[in-house]
Design a protein around this ligand. Sequence first.
Ligand code: AMP
Length: 112
Amino acid sequence: MLNCDCLFCKIIEGKIPSSKVYEDENMLVFRDIAPKAKVHLLAVPKTHFALLSQADGEGQAMLAHIFKKIPQIAADNGCENGYRLVVNQGENAGQTVMHLHVHILGGQPLEW
Ligand code: AMP
């Protein structure tokens, strides 16, 4: 979203640098700056919304696209033996960036 005061919108617009691993018209995937696993990627829709409950038709279509693309992106980035997806929703979940994002964690066996 143009001129949105949001960290991930600024990354999408290229105003803040990121370690990009995949991009298309609907989504951007980049490396988490503070990785919690050997592979820790963030997949973000290019439209701005914070929570699943706020997704409009365009946002829902982007989410469907993201989940369709994730298996190949994960496999291409060292997660061929499995990975975990995390989507924090709100304060109690510890969501710190209010632009919906899917954490892709892998590259190693993960504890629960
Ligand atoms: P969450 O806690 O689910 O909102 O996740 C936000 C994630 O964004 C955290 O794992 C942060 O490490 C990550 N993060 C914050 N700033 C950046 C940045 N500039 N580039 C990449 N990842 C970031």
